[in-house]
Design a protein around this ligand. Structure first.
Ligand SMILES: Nc1ncnc2c1ncn2[C@@H]1O[C@H](COP(=O)(O)OP(=O)(O)OP(=O)(O)O)[C@@H](O)[C@H]1O
Ligand SMILES: [Mg+2]
Length: 154
């Protein structure tokens, strides 16, 4: 029913999904399991065309999904999204530092705490501090949410 052949997705220079191939038969239950950021959600979102793949082929019922209208396709596919409640217009660092700033910590101490938590939660400061929530994987965003919850040592 669903067939992926060597499907690839890049965001800028970064390869999010690297030549995945799989077949899901009608009535079959399939789970994608893997580390945070390995490309699971991106793979699902390519199948319902919330994200366009840029290499390989995806077929549903034997037809390439590029032949379907995206909205029509999505009406046939149920999708429960991951969600986090981060402020979408704020960077990762600003989201994490929210409560300390409200508590009027000095800026230097806020920055130190933000970096400490990012390291603790496996989010490289260089890579993620200035990204926006929409640029993160679901688990990365959830870890930002955890960092924000811990920021002021509750
Ligand atoms: N819109 C985007 N722009 C840039 N990079 C992105 C974007 N969406 C995802 N990425 C990157 O692509 C990679 C795969 O993300 P994806 O959301 O597919 O991961 P995942 O396997 O679902 O992870 P998780 O278990 O954390 O939900 C990650 O490194 C992520 O940072
Ligand atoms: Mg995900």
């Amino acid at each position: 029913m669903i067939e992926l052949k060597s499907v690839t997705k890049r965001f800028g220079g970064e390869t999010a999904v690297d030549a995945i191939s799989l077949t899901v038969n009608r009535g079959e239950l399939c789970a994608l399991v893997g580390t945070s950021g390995c490309g699971k959600s991106t793979t699902l979102r390519m199948i319902n065309r919330l994200i366009e793949h840029d290499g390989g082929e995806i077929h549903i019922d034997g037809r390439p999904i590029r032949e379907f209208d995206g909205r029509v396709l999505r009406r046939r596919i149920g999708y429960a999204i991951q969600s986090t409640g981060l402020f979408p217009h704020w960077t990762v660092a600003r989201n994490i530092g929210l409560v300390p700033r409200l508590l009027k910590w000095p800026a230097g101490r806020v920055n130190e705490r933000v970096e400490e938590l990012m390291v603790l939660l496996g989010l490289s400061v260089e890579q993620f501090a200035d990204k926006y929530p929409s640029q993160l994987s679901g688990g990365q965003a959830q870890r930002v949410g955890v960092a924000r919850a811990l920021a002021a040592d509750p």
